[in-house]
Design a protein around this ligand. Structure first.
Ligand SMILES: NC(=O)c1ccc[n+]([C@@H]2O[C@H](COP(=O)([O-])OP(=O)(O)OC[C@H]3O[C@@H](n4cnc5c(N)ncnc54)[C@H](OP(=O)(O)O)[C@@H]3O)[C@@H](O)[C@H]2O)c1
Length: 320
């Protein structure tokens, strides 16, 4: 069986364990992620660890509507059908578009679906991002996200960026007020150091961190280890290296060879490695394609023996 055929069969559904031939990759009836372990987000929200990033359902440059708006909604419905119950978004994606599409496609929301949004990173134009951590602005952001998402309370609200021009205590003070008013359940941070996390925790409880991290970009190792110690969720953004130069979806070389050896794609190996790396890891791969979504979700079933993971790590470091 060719690798392409095997992946196809994984999607279409035979429940055979390929013992011997492909000892590490188990096929199941659908690519749904019930095999992925769960995490207690904020101690009270059970989520499957493999989530979905909804930044790529917007137009070019994360700006405006996707050319295929109906397709974007179909994709979101497939996300939920596959058992993903953590969707990451932000008011800045589109801007507004990603949140609006989520509500259009999925509201009224299925029980247990956790929508994590963000505010505090503005969009003056396509591809442009400017932090704004003024408390009055953030208070408005929360209200607007609630309206767009048609929610009474946002399960996870993340400060998208710390604004260097505003004391972080003031930005977080606005989120604390929103939390006290019942508009936000939990608060998270994005692109922060351990020092910044500790500073924030003096203002209010922080349940998650969202920093850039993937098998070939481990700059946030310290923050990840901190999350593990504190039992906080770590949502690696660009888990596949994003869409630019560092994209793992275009990678060749030794990791790709190793992926093939396990009858998986490079993308699946990269996502499965993240899930293996830490029990607090909640990857949120982003895609605009249902085929890619299904491929990504199937990676939750990819399990390698410890010595093979060690080899993968050595190879990825060698590539770094
Ligand atoms: N906190 C922050 O500052 C921050 C920053 C950036 C992103 N994020 C969040 O993190 C999420 C993920 O980050 P990201 O979207 O930048 O990067 P990513 O998930 O690492 O990669 C997305 C790119 O990979 C492609 N891709 C996905 N699955 C694929 C597959 N199976 N085969 C081939 N190509 C595939 C996508 O293209 P296709 O559409 O063609 O599949 C897209 O170009 C975002 O959606 C967003 O929610 C947060």
């Amino acid at each position: 069986m060719t690798r392409r055929k095997f992946l196809g069969a994984t999607m279409a559904g035979s429940a055979t364990v390929l013992a011997g031939q492909f000892p590490t990759f188990v096929r199941a009836a659908t690519p749904a992620i019930s095999d992925a372990s769960t995490f207690q987000l904020g101690g009270d929200l059970t989520v499957n660890r493999l989530g979905f990033g909804a930044m790529r359902i917007t137009g070019e440059g994360i700006w405006g509507w996707s050319a295929d708006r109906e397709g974007a909604k179909k994709l979101l419905r497939r996300v939920v059908e596959l058992g993903v119950n953590l969707i990451d978004t932000a008011d800045a994606y589109g801007p507004e578009v990603s949140e609006l599409l989520i509500a259009e496609a999925l509201h009224p929301y299925p029980k247990g679906l956790v929508i994590a949004t963000k505010g505090g990173h503005t969009r003056p134009g396509p591809g442009q991002w400017v932090p704004n951590g003024r408390p009055e602005y953030l208070a408005e952001c929360v209200d607007n996200s609630l309206k767009r998402l048609k929610l009474e309370r946002i399960d996870l609200y993340q400060l998208h960026r710390i604004d260097k021009n505003v004391p972080v205590e003031e930005s977080l003070g606005a989120l604390k007020k929103a939390q006290d008013a019942g508009k936000i359940r939990h608060v998270g941070l994005s692109e922060v150091s351990v020092k910044e996390i500790e500073q924030a925790k003096k203002v209010l409880p922080i349940v998650s961190i969202q920093n850039r991290y993937n098998i070939e970009d481990r700059g946030s190792e310290e923050a990840l280890n901190y999350c593990e110690k504190e039992k906080m969720a770590f949502l690696p953004w660009a888990p596949l290296g994003g869409s630019g130069k560092g994209s793992l979806t275009k990678a060749g070389g030794s990791l790709e060879t190793e992926a093939k050896r396990h009858n998986a794609t490079m993308v699946q190996l990269a996502l499965a490695w993240l899930l293996h790396r830490s029990p607090v890891m909640l990857p949120i791969p982003g895609t605009s394609s249902i085929a890619h979504l299904e491929e990504n979700v199937a990676s939750a079933k990819l399990q390698l023996p410890a010595e093979d993971w060690k080899k993968v790590e050595e190879l990825s470091q060698a590539r770094g």
